[in-house]
Write a protein that binds this ligand. Structure first.
Ligand SMILES: Nc1nc2c(ncn2[C@@H]2O[C@H](COP(=O)(O)OP(=O)(O)OP(=O)(O)O)[C@@H](O)[C@H]2O)c(=O)[nH]1
Ligand SMILES: [Mg+2]
Length: 266
């Protein structure tokens, strides 16, 4: 693990030296200087099934009224640097449910490919959401899972992405409810976003596998631990979600819109 950290640090130094304004970038992304809607811990019991969508949820409506599409697969900066809309990314260990969660947020059944086999997503996959009136309002990035492929291989282009992406408004970091704790790869990822001042919010996934009280308890414990590692960039509340039951998806959709400056009018 020490070797991995030192490889990532070397990459960080290189990318900071290559960056035109690293300080401005850090400041503009500092979580404490950013306005955001206070996130809610989505600890309520599941009230809908995967095919039921709450009709009165304005954030959900916003997503349903727009079409989501796949944009590009990227393994280096040159592939995505022309994309300039506000962006959020989903990160987490392999198989934690990133791709499934993005499908749920985008109200899509299968736009983002999911798999039972860990390590399915191996590059940065960019998706966009647009209406007929306005093209490309938000970009959503599905990140490769960490903890499956070698960190050295994973670290290079992910570090480049996290360190230099000025339109990146927030990373949603997923932790599986049943796992219930941060693994060493989660800790390394938190150290990385703390170093690059990337705002981050925890999402407890597959919460359908636990009783809601247990999910809320796990969420609090994980936040406490994560806050110790990334105190300046971690939002103080997590969102408990399930792609199976759609629990917490409306809260997550509202967060995505809020942080991208696109909350629909009340
Ligand atoms: N019970 C339950 N299973 C889920 C949920 N979300 C995803 N899964 C399952 O978990 C497995 C992995 O889901 P993915 O969305 O492909 O996970 P990923 O994090 O994108 O995986 P990688 O791309 O390999 O890193 C699939 O078999 C999904 O059906 C959920 O909310 N509840
Ligand atoms: Mg995936």
């Amino acid at each position: 693990m020490q070797m991995i950290r030192s490889a990532l640090r070397t990459l960080h130094i290189t990318s900071v030296l290559n960056s035109s304004s690293p300080v401005a970038c850090c400041t503009s992304r500092c979580v404490h200087t950013r306005a955001h809607t206070p996130p809610t811990v989505g600890s309520a019991k599941p009230t809908t099934t995967a095919t039921q969508i709450q009709p009165d949820n304005p954030a959900g409506q916003f997503f349903r009224q727009r079409s989501a599409k796949f944009l590009i697969t990227a393994v280096k900066q040159g592939h995505y640097q022309h994309l300039s809309h506000p962006e959020v990314a989903f990160a987490g260990r392999s198989n934690v449910g990133k791709s499934s969660l993005i499908n749920s947020v985008l109200c899509s059944q299968s736009l983002v490919k999911t798999s039972k086999k860990p390590g399915h997503t191996s590059a940065l996959n960019f998706f966009s959401l647009s209406s007929r009136a306005r093209a490309g309002e938000i970009n959503i990035v599905d990140m490769p899972g960490y903890g499956f492929r070698s960190r050295r291989e994973w670290g290079g282009f992910i570090t480049e992405y996290l360190s230099g992406r000025k339109v990146l408004r927030r990373v949603f970091m997923l932790v599986e409810a049943k796992v219930g704790e941060l693994k060493s790869t989660d800790v390394s990822f938190l150290e990385l976003v703390e170093e690059y001042r990337v705002p981050i919010q925890l999402v407890i996934t597959k919460a359908d596998k636990l009783k809601s009280a247990d999910a809320a308890q796990i969420s609090n414990a994980v936040i406490k631990e994560a806050t110790r590692i990334a105190p300046s960039v971690l939002l103080p509340q997590a969102i408990c979600c399930s792609s199976r039951t759609r629990m917490g998806i409306d809260t997550l959709q509202a967060e995505v819109l809020s942080v991208c400056g696109l909350l629909p009018p009340k």
